[in-house]
Design a protein around this ligand. Structure first.
Ligand code: ATP
Ligand code: MG
Length: 291
């Protein structure tokens, strides 16, 4: 295997790390910036220790679009999503052969600071996870951490408005974030993520812990947010992918070699994937023949 990426080695190498501006500016080693593709993810082989978890997965994430990853449990959806902002770096034994370009630059380049990557590419998790602090401080947290120089109060309000939560919490900003309902907590986490103005939001099953009404609220919110941000979402809910996603990638598990390796079967517009899938496994999955 050539050009294996091993984040542990890179982190311990002690190279001067680039600032977010340098990431934005691109770099001579960058891959080609491809039109409206903001993240170009190309994973040839991805391992956790000896286990090959994912192979042959090339997904372009387009600017101001919502891209959904669908597929059965264990096919590598979360793994691929976490590669997009280097969240897997924290997993011992994680390595891959391939690249992830953000705005034309390989985010796994040894000169790139993973913390700067996550400032541009934020994440919302399956379980709402507000910090044990006030609603206001939940949203202000990242701004303070980044040394934001402007008015924090204004940015907190703006982020809560963008997350469609302001009207519900404006009179109780000092109340603990954990006191909110599940759906409100998830919108608070979205407010926290958008407060620092990332370019991309990654969402791993953001509605799976929510009731149908809260789910629809988050879906509407995603559609509004894509005017400003780019969104990549993992979902088990095929109706949700059809409702919100512009593009969809279907991953499946290859068991032919005795392993359980996920791979991208098919990627395209959501309309094509759901109404005219080309590959047999996609057709079966969409017909609900396995989950
Ligand atoms: N931290 C880890 N260490 C070792 N193996 C892992 C780790 N995370 C995931 N895996 C393995 O990689 C494969 C893909 O897992 P992943 O969580 O990406 O799948 P998924 O498609 O998100 O599944 P689900 O729909 O159940 O969330 C699985 O076989 C899983 O056991
Ligand atoms: Mg998952």
């Amino acid at each position: 295997m050539s050009d294996i990426h091993n984040p542990d080695a890179h982190i311990s190498a002690g190279h001067p790390k680039s600032s977010p501006d340098q990431i934005r500016a691109g770099h001579p080693k960058s891959g080609p910036a491809n039109g409206d593709v903001i993240i170009d993810c190309n994973l040839h082989e991805l391992y956790y220790g000896q286990f090959k978890a994912v192979r042959d997965t090339h997904i372009p994430i387009r600017k101001n679009k919502i891209t959904a990853f669908i597929g059965p449990s264990g096919c590598g959806k979360s793994t691929v999503l976490r590669c997009l902002n280097r969240m897997n770096d924290l997993v011992r034994g994680f390595r891959f052969d391939g690249h992830v370009h953000f705005q034309g630059r390989n985010i796994y380049d040894r000169s790139i600071d993973p913390v700067a990557v996550r400032r541009h590419i934020g994440m919302v998790f399956q379980q709402p996870n507000p910090f044990n602090m006030s609603i206001y401080n939940n949203v202000a947290f990242g701004l303070r951490l980044n040394g934001y120089k402007g008015s924090i109060a204004e940015r907190v309000e703006q982020a809560l408005r963008r997350a469609a939560l302001w009207d519900e919490v404006k009179d109780k900003l000092k109340q603990n974030g954990l006191s909110l309902s599940g759906g409100q907590q998830q919108r608070l986490c979205i407010a926290r993520a958008v407060a620092t103005e990332p370019k991309v939001l990654l969402m791993d099953e953001p509605c799976s812990a929510l009731d149908p009404i809260a789910t629809r609220r988050i879906e509407e919110l995603m559609t509004e947010l894509k005017q400003r941000f780019t969104i990549a979402i993992v979902t088990h809910n095929l109706q949700q992918a059809q409702r919100v996603a512009d593009e969809t990638g279907f991953l499946y598990v290859d068991t032919t070699q005795g392993g359980r390796t996920g791979y991208l079967v098919e990627y395209g517009s959501s309309q094509q994937i759901f109404q005219d899938p080309r590959e047999e496994p996609t057709k079966q999955y969409i017909r609900g023949e396995f989950s």
